[in-house]
Design a binder for this molecule. Sequence first.
Ligand code: DC
Length: 220
Amino acid sequence: MALTVPVITIDGPAASGKGTIAERVARELGFHYLDSGALYRLTAVAALRAKADFNDPAALEAVALGLAPEFRDSRVWLAGEDVSAAIRTEEAGVAASRVAAVPGVRKALFDLQRNAARAPGLVADGRDMGTVVFPEAPLKVFMTASAAVRAERRALQLEARGEKADREALRRDLEERDRRDRERATAPLVAAADARELDTSEMPIDEVVKKVLEWWRLAS
Ligand code: DC
């Protein structure tokens, strides 16, 4: 599978800051941005809406195969409903991690992700961007941060939206989600052998963006 456009992959655990960094790097380079987690979140929300059985892999795969999200005006719609806020809840994140463990779901979402690689280039964030979806990417970053820092970042995100945040509960949820994402048999959360690892616990956003852009200049 040769890539016809440059791709940067940014993988890592929940709330490690990948999304923010990937978006900023994409903007700096004028590249497209793929938030692959949103596809798993959309599948989870569609499955919840359809009252699909989360213990039935075939039912979840059918939901993923039928997924037809519309992206309009910076919002995302499923079957005429604006689900932009619904996919960002913690409940949707945990449900996404469950549907993501189903191989048929991952297969159903694979082409959608590969097709995001369009000129002039793509920055893709997720769990398996560097290992499975874009293994030929010239720059792969694996971003981590301590569980305490990640829980704090997620709490600040929720509070910025006017929601309450229980830091202890958030940390428990993040750790449970990471364990499931790391331990699943298909496309587990793991750094690609050729990924550059970056612990962002003590790094401000600007510095992380600078580091990734510097690596990109060296890789491209
Ligand atoms: O990045 P996120 O928190 O929005 O992702 C939600 C869940 O989706 C995550 O817990 C695991 C799953 N996911 C995945 O399995 N593979 C990806 N490439 C992206 C997300």
